[in-house]
Write a protein that binds this ligand. Structure first.
Ligand code: SF4
Length: 698
């Protein structure tokens, strides 16, 4: 009998520890790892069903070139030759990688090194752009680095937890379970700020169904109120921050009194007063934010409006206090550590001349990228415009998941050369591939992931690679070797790559540089107990940061950011009178390439739908289970109607998961607009003007 293997769930950013053990009948039993700090043995419905996703149905088992099975040698040579030809003819900016928070940190590191250090372009972006780019940008503005100050335990130690744009109950279920247990034991107060009444509201002492997009006004109003109430931490502001006076004055201009805030947020004065009094009266406060904040044309400003309130009260980095971004994907954080975004370099560095020089010397890179690359939405628009002529998609399905998906499909169809490496062989995106490369999947590959609280854990393989599947890091390294860089990519294992990644985190590091925040020299890859970075030698990891300042800015001070309330980029109109919000449901993951394989996960919600308020349904003469056509300026979808009082009037909600394989529709992102936050590049997936009409059969 095979010994139990400790690994990590591949779904959400909670990053639960998982134990895989033989069930004695040729299958695998999956259970929660009781010793993992993130979940202490708990698993949600998706994690519990992991054992049912391990079959070979739908797996890509062999390389494919131009529609026929090929050898690895031919496939790798084809990719290397075509990329080299495009670079020679059109330059490095004519190629791109689009990668994924599903990749392990080591895969991410090698892909970034190849594109940014050897090809010489930063046109590598990730589907994490869709999930937490606004939090990254907000943290960099406020803290000087992409750092989450606190940890999960803080939600259990807080007296007040404020959940902004976060349906924690469905999207981060194990963290929600921890919060609910704390509430029952300690009486934690919970405020949910969300236009919809979600499952998370069941635990809320107060639900603020704010007008979509009014978060900045709400938190500017809170900042002004904290001043009026004398609830600021003047010592922390004076010794650990800059920019307070300007931000505070501007917030006061925006939110001159609570009546104005209530009016602007679509709430009652009593609701505003109750929230502000709760925040003022509970120093142990954690504010959790997720996609409802991030997926917005003002996402970065929303993050900074929240962070400003924590800086003003000194509630950061201390037990039970802090702003806390929860990431959507299992390795969104790990990808950020190695520069997985087009606007970052590895080891928390950016595109300053010093950083470019330092990373270039460490890699001994022949062609370091000199400027930021194209962010996801811009990248696919550049493909459509013919500027990018070779694209490699790794472990993701942009034909379904990016906004304005029909246009993304046209871009993929027009791209002269498309490579897709994935563990599944039949997604909406693989249909466009000239070359398909079979990648090892969860349970087969080895490496590390980092969860939302900066905790690095191992993913470990317990299954053989099926067919000819190979780990992503191996595939990328083999292509790099065939492009002429065999020495720089001569890795023999993920441990080799992690060791290089950790060495870069300490390269020319005198302890004062911003990137020291991501130190990994204290991490032992082989034994790796789940460890929170920064992990310097002998430190054993870091639970919390910044309680006494020490931010990774040049003067070690955090920055208040002056942010002003503004409406979303697009408003409802006579033609599109509703606002469409998209998001997850409890039991599905992303575009369902894995969770869609498990029948019992579809018993919760079996088909795509659009939810609307009873008053709107009555106006449209629609009743539950009717079919209706949902339409935006980008596209349309025919969906089942769900009538619910959880949905405010004028607002619609539709899940993001279904695609052509499961519904016959192109997926909800055929309707969402390619509008992005100007700072973070994150799309506004939660605010698309739309119309809804009863379906009439032809
Ligand atoms: Fe996996 Fe997230 Fe569920 Fe934990 S909460 S088992 S990481 S999907």
């Amino acid at each position: 009998m095979t010994a139990a293997v400790r690994t990590t769930c591949p779904y959400c950013g909670v990053g639960c520890g998982v134990v895989a053990s033989s069930d004695g009948a040729g299958g695998w039993a999956i259970s929660g790892d009781k010793e993992h700090p993130a979940n202490a043995g708990r698993l949600c419905s998706k994690g519990s069903a992991l054992g049912e996703t391990l079959g070979l149905d739908g797996r890509l088992l062999h390389p494919v070139v131009d529609g026929r099975q090929a050898s690895w040698d031919e496939a790798l040579a084809t990719v290397a030759d075509r990329f080299s030809d495009v670079i020679a003819e059109h330059g490095a900016q004519a190629v791109a990688f689009y990668v994924s928070g599903q990749l392990l940190t080591e895969d991410y590191y090698v892909a970034n090194k190849l594109m940014k250090g050897f090809i010489g372009s930063a046109n590598i972006d990730t589907n994490s752009r869709l999930c937490m780019a606004s939090s990254v940008a907000g943290h960099r503005r406020a803290f000087g680095g992409d750092v989450v100050p606190g940890n999960y335990e803080d939600l259990e130690l807080a007296d007040l937890v404020v959940l902004v744009g976060s349906n924690l109950a469905w999207c981060h279920p194990v963290l929600y379970q921890r919060l609910i247990r704390a509430k029952s034991e300690r009486g934690t107060r919970i405020v949910v700020i969300d236009p919809r009444r979600t499952a998370t509201c069941d635990a809320a002492d107060l639900h603020l169904a704010i007008r979509p997009g009014s978060d900045v006004l709400l938190f500017n109003g809170l900042l002004a109120h904290l001043g009026r109430a004398g609830a600021m931490d003047q010592d922390f502001i004076a010794t650990c921050t800059n920019g307070f006076a300007e931000a505070f004055l501007s917030a006061g201009d925006d939110a001159c009194d609570m009546d104005a805030v209530a009016l602007g947020c679509g709430l009652t004065l009593g609701e505003i007063q109750e929230f502000y009094n709760l925040f003022t009266g509970n120093s142990k406060t954690v504010t959790v934010y997720s996609q409802g904040v991030n997926q917005s044309s003002r996402g970065t400003d929303k993050v900074n409006a929240i962070v400003n309130c924590h800086l003003a009260t000194g509630r950061i980095g201390k037990s039970g206090m802090g702003p806390f971004s929860v990431t959507g994907q299992p390795n969104a954080m790990g990808g950020r550590e190695v520069g997985g975004l087009a606007n970052q370099l590895a080891a928390h560095m950016g595109f300053t001349p010093d950083d470019i020089d330092r990373v270039g010397r460490f890699w001994q890179a022949p062609r370091m990228a000199q400027r930021e690359g194209l962010k996801a939405v811009d990248l696919f628009q550049a493909i459509e415009a013919g500027k990018i002529k070779a694209l490699w998609v790794m472990a993701t399905n942009p034909a379904v998941s990016l906004p304005d998906a029909d246009r993304v499909n046209r871009a993929l169809a027009s791209c002269p050369f498309v490579v897709v490496s994935d563990c599944v062989g039949d997604t909406d995106t693989t249909a466009y591939a000239d070359v398909l490369l079979p990648a090892a999947g969860w349970g087969e590959k080895d490496g590390t992931v980092t969860n939302s609280e900066r905790r690095i854990s191992r993913q470990r393989g317990f299954l053989p690679n099926p067919g000819e599947a190979k780990p992503d890091w191996w595939i990328i390294s083999q292509v790099a070797a065939r492009m002429g860089w065999s020495d720089a990519f001569a890795y023999q294992s993920p441990a080799d790559i992690f060791a290089e990644h950790a060495a870069l985190s300490a390269f020319e590091n005198d302890g004062s540089r911003a990137f020291d925040i991501g130190a990994l020299t204290g991490v032992d890859y082989d034994t790796l107990p789940p460890t929170q970075w920064p992990a310097r030698k002998s430190s054993g990891g870091t639970a919390r940061l910044f309680a006494e300042g020490g931010f990774p800015t040049p003067d070690a001070r955090a920055r208040f950011v002056t942010v002003q309330a503004a409406t979303p980029a697009m408003s409802a109109s006579a033609e599109y009178p509703f606002i469409l919000n998209t998001g997850r449901i409890r039991d599905q993951w992303h575009t369902m390439t894995r969770t869609g394989l498990v029948p019992r996960l579809s018993s919760h919600i079996a088909e795509p739908f659009v939810a609307l308020n009873p008053a709107d349904a009555a106006t449209l003469n629609l009743t539950d289970d009717d079919l209706a056509v949902l339409r935006s300026a980008q596209g349309d979808a025919t969906l089942r109607i769900r009538v619910t009082r959880d949905q405010p009037q004028g607002q619609l909600f539709a899940p993001m998961h279904w695609n052509r394989h499961f519904s016959g529709n192109g997926g909800i992102n055929a309707l969402t607009a390619p509008v992005t936050d100007a700072i973070s590049g994150q799309p506004e997936l939660k605010h698309t003007p739309a119309s809804l009409t009863p379906f009439k059969p032809a």
